[in-house]
Design a binder for this molecule. Structure first.
Ligand code: 13P
Length: 268
């Protein structure tokens, strides 16, 4: 059986940057500079900027998808200051969950992230689940074990069929590579991608674990993205700092387009 090719995805995590006054213009500029066949583009602005980005992209390029950076693990209720998945209706179709900055600053546990995943999927959002080790874990040879434990903790109890239908994406983001200018090696990211797919298989995903897109994140730039796309097991990137720079995004998505074209040619 010929399996359908996995999509090539570049997701921009703007983190706590931009305001409603300037986010639309940045989204428009990125959209204009990244029109490349075969690449799924996603922009994840802060909650407050979602409407501005939606309006800008509706006009500039409706092919660019919009994601949130988090959702609450309940649907509604007495949770001051929180945002639930159903509230994103009409604003976002993707959501980043389990980012290491939220694990660090908001104390998010794997169990909580699993509950958020369930709410996101119920609301029809496409989740990007982040996993990744600390530097000490990598130095101690525990990187893969950490990611396996995170996946197990986040996904246990969730129906693989439902998550598969929601087109779950996994982002491998080693914590020591985020915002440091020190990216992982492509070969290490590829080894992690293989480990992630075999972990999914062990969690009941079976053969469909091969269809789950895996992104790399951590100091990705236009200059180093080629190292990750040289690895067939890596399907794209979750980009932080560089995603605020249209020049960088143009270079990253341009390189992604070469991989998308090569994959298409390989199955044609
Ligand atoms: P940087 O690209 O700034 O290292 O951030 C990566 C990241 O955390 C994306 O979610």
């Amino acid at each position: 059986m010929i399996r359908a090719m996995r999509p090539v995805i570049i997701a921009a995590n703007w983190k706590m940057n931009t305001t409603p006054a300037d986010a639309g213009e940045l989204a428009r500029e990125i959209a204009r500079r990244t029109r490349v066949d075969g690449v799924t583009r996603v922009i994840c602005p802060p909650f407050l900027c979602l409407a501005a980005v939606r309006d800008a992209l509706a006009e500039a390029d409706p092919d660019v998808a919009i994601g949130a950076q988090n959702v609450h693990h309940e649907l509604a209720g007495a949770y001051t200051g929180e945002i639930s998945a159903p509230m994103l209706d009409g604003l976002a179709t993707w959501v980043i969950l389990g980012h290491s900055e939220r694990r660090r600053d908001a104390g998010e546990t794997d169990e909580l992230i699993g509950a958020k995943l369930a709410r996101a999927v119920e609301a029809g959002l496409r989740p990007i689940l982040c996993v990744g080790e600390q530097l000490a874990d990598r130095e101690a040879g525990r990187a893969i074990a950490v990611a396996e434990a995170q996946l197990g903790g986040c996904l246990t109890g969730l129906d693989p069929g439902r998550l598969g239908a929601a087109q779950l994406v996994i982002a491998y983001e080693p914590v020591w590579a985020i915002g440091t200018g020190r990216n992982a090696r492509g070969s290490d990211a590829a080894a992690m991608a293989e480990a992630i797919r075999s972990t999914l298989s062990g969690l009941g995903w079976g053969e469909t674990s091969r269809d789950v897109p895996i992104l790399y994140g951590g100091s990705v730039t236009a200059a180093n993205i080629g190292e990750f796309f040289a690895e067939p097991s890596i399907d794209g990137a979750l980009v932080g700092g560089a995603s605020l720079k249209p020049d960088e995004m143009a270079g990253i998505v341009g390189r992604a387009g070469l991989t998308a074209a090569a994959r298409l040619a390989a199955i044609a």
